[in-house]
Design a protein around this ligand. Structure first.
Ligand code: FAD
Length: 404
């Protein structure tokens, strides 16, 4: 290893290769089938569990990597293999991030392993924030959690929508309103343990892309969970609510804290798709002949590839910076986490569209994977904060002005 600061260490390189090999040999060959079936790819996730790639231990190690780079590296390789299957494998980490951001150490250790289960009995986690009338505007959530002191029980009622692994998960982490009128400061996160009555899947969505990832509504009807399922505990919640009532700032807001921690990894997923499309288009452009020469010999095509590669690498630099800042506990003064997700998401859409253009008619049909990659890429300007919301975060951070 040289002293160059962007070199990966030996461990990181080994893990990167291990995930890449799985992506190449297992995910890629299965990608088209599960996209067409639009079903959760259980056999592939089970194979990932068998080799330890789908496991809490693996994710926990990646989370605590002191450089912060392991999660982005793993995510990039995974979606290079296939974004839909990649999300089926990585979707449970959203629930773990929710537990990590809001739960106590005890709660994390109790519930996070249950988001994965074991190779013999694979389990899933889901993180339920969005609602039909509250997506970008998390402060408008309506799902209500009401406490009964006598029985030390919370009762949850409401409808969550667009939930990855929603209804098929074993552990659902649900953000709900505990004190109406306080916006996101009156919210808290709850674990709904496996087998709890009163939680069920609503409609399952048929999507444009990432079709192997399961996305559905989650309906909560008088869903009762014990007091111990309130993440962070009652005492901390009461203190936070009291501060909010007095108009003081709260240090963390349940849902937003989770999204901040996960944005660079989501950006890395986007460039995994972009890299796949770029590599494919580069090879194609060398092979394909028109007017008696390879199409790459035309500046019009070669410059596209130069721009694609430049934007992918620029995205990765933004992602790695944000991930390193997160690991070093630096303050995101200019919305660096949002910048990384914004730029990578838009790069993925741009690169996959250019890849279709380079393949011409062949890019538009399912014989080649680039049309799927384009469909898959679009979600990255929408979920985990739309591009507009990322710009809002960055604009507020750099200006100090509450831009609407
Ligand atoms: C496949 C998929 C998986 C998902 N997985 C999950 C999950 O696991 N858990 C979960 O909780 N959620 C999940 N989501 C929800 C996702 O995070 C939301 O869809 C997203 O936050 C946008 O919310 P919305 O769809 O309600 O759009 P809206 O908030 O209604 O936004 C509509 C448009 O208005 C724009 N807009 C809104 N407010 C502003 C503003 N202030 N300034 C400028 N523009 C604005 C938006 O950028 C967007 O272009 C998922 C969504 C999808 C599609």
């Amino acid at each position: 290893m040289s002293g160059y600061p962007l070199d990966l260490n030996d461990d990181q390189q080994q893990i990167q290769k291990w995930v890449h090999d799985f992506a190449e040999s297992v995910m890629r060959p299965a990608a088209s089938e599960w996209d067409e079936r639009e079903e959760f790819p259980w056999p592939v996730v089970e194979e990932a569990a068998k080799i330890g790639l789908y496991s809490f231990d693996f994710v926990a190690n990646a989370f605590v990597d002191p450089t912060g780079l392991l999660m982005p590296i793993v995510n990039e390789e995974m979606t290079w293999g296939d974004a839909g299957i990649g999300l089926a494998i990585m979707g449970s980490t959203l629930a773990v991030a929710g537990l990590f951001a809001n739960g106590t150490q005890e709660q994390l250790l109790e519930w996070a392993p249950q988001c994965y289960g074991s190779p013999d009995k694979v389990q899933l986690g889901a993180f339920c924030v969005s609602e039909p009338d509250a997506g970008s505007d998390v402060s408008a959530l309506r799902t209500r959690a009401v406490y009964d002191e006598a029985s030390d029980t919370w009762t949850l009622n409401g409808t969550k929508t667009w939930i990855t692994n929603g209804g098929i998960a074993d552990v659902h982490v649900v953000v709900a309103v505990v004190e109406p009128g306080l916006g996101s400061r009156g919210q808290a996160s709850f674990v709904v343990p496996p087998g709890t009555p009163g939680i069920r899947q609503g409609q399952k969505f048929k999507k444009m892309g990432i079709r192997a990832s399961h996305t559905a509504e989650v309906i909560l009807e008088d869903c009762k969970v014990p007091g111990s399922c309130l993440l962070g505990g009652k005492e901390k919640l009461d203190e936070r609510i009291a501060r909010a009532r007095e108009g003081k700032r709260s240090s963390s807001q349940a849902a937003m804290a989770t999204f901040e921690a996960t944005r660079p990894s989501v950006g890395a997923q986007a460039i995994g798709i972009a890299r796949a499309a770029y590599e494919y288009a580069l090879e194609y452009a060398k092979e394909r002949k028109a007017f008696g020469r390879s199409i790459i010999e035309n500046q019009g095509i070669a410059f596209k590839l130069a721009d694609m590669k430049t934007r992918i690498d620029a995205s990765r630099l933004l992602i790695w910076r944000a991930a390193m800042m997160g690991a070093a506990k630096k303050t995101f003064e200019s919305g660096e986490g949002s910048m990384s997700k914004l730029f990578a998401g838009e790069t993925a859409v741009y690169v996959t569209e250019e890849a279709i253009q380079i393949l011409g008619g062949y890019g538009y049909v399912r014989e080649h994977p680039v049309e799927r990659w384009h469909r898959d890429s679009k979600i990255y300007t929408i979920f985990e904060g739309t591009s507009e919301i990322q710009r809002l975060v960055i604009a507020r951070a750099i200006s100090g002005v509450y831009i609407k």
